[in-house]
Design a binder for this molecule. Sequence first.
Ligand code: NAD
Length: 287
Amino acid sequence: MSAEIREVLVVGAGLMGSGIAQVAAQGGFQVTLVDTGEEVLARGLARIEDSLTRLVRSGRLGEVAAADARARIGTTTDLVEAARGADLVIEAIVEDLDAKQALFAKLGDSCRPDVVLATNTSQFQISRIAEPCERPERVIGVHFSNPPPLMTLVEVILGDHTSEAALEVTREFLAACDREIVLCRKDVPGFISNRLSTALCMEAARLVDEGIATPEDVDKVARLMYGHKMGPIATLDLAGLDTALRVSTALSEHYGGDRFTPPPILAQLVEQSRYGNKSGAGFYENG
Ligand code: NAD
């Protein structure tokens, strides 16, 4: 465990926040999980419990290690009080810029000035989130993938003002949590992962839209020729076509050109309420 970091504050006990809290606890850190109500916190803890049990059952984690991790996680709805004792903060609240900015303003006022403030945003620029924050040089992006306990790669994003010191603390923390990192050196929408996946998925959707290949054959090329675990069309169905349409439209508007532009078939499927796996059908019939 890092010499400087003992107490990690995770804000937001949803899908990602609970998973990140678990990762930090398994890494040996004391964790406080904050959310707006006791019920959400209880659901977050139940998710952690369930995940730890699965890890133990599959032999990937020892029973003692799981019990230790569980014992290191506390919860509260009192953000300001929890922020006072934190050595590192990771934000995983709703993907809403106003909400994130309001939170970072509060964290800036409540945390010690040397504390690194990380955001798990999937799409906002780190510098925008840091705007209202006291000392924005300590704000950094740490983009975990879902589910955090199983996905070992974390994308770290430098904001326009992020300091070397903040990057070092983040590196140390993630190494202690046994995570691999990739560094996105510029504060760009989509970072590395979403730029790559959106470009690939939109080209795959275009091949289907233009009648050049079936979804099955596009995915087969990705799997059997490029060794991907899952083809881009199946990935779109899994992520949700409405979400994919939103993300690709936003990236396309920002960067211009064609590479992220969603082909018409995406909006057509969304209009037919074919959102992918979550609605039972998308590009594929059974989702
Ligand atoms: P979620 O809706 O499951 O959880 C968000 C939680 O934040 C909720 O429990 C909500 O009550 C809480 N919250 C909202 N405002 C709050 C506040 N002011 N203070 C404290 N808690 C607050 O969302 P999620 O899927 O866990 O996503 C969280 C963040 O992670 C988002 O920024 C999202 O874009 C990002 N992300 C999500 C994924 C994914 O696959 N779901 C992957 C990578 C990154």
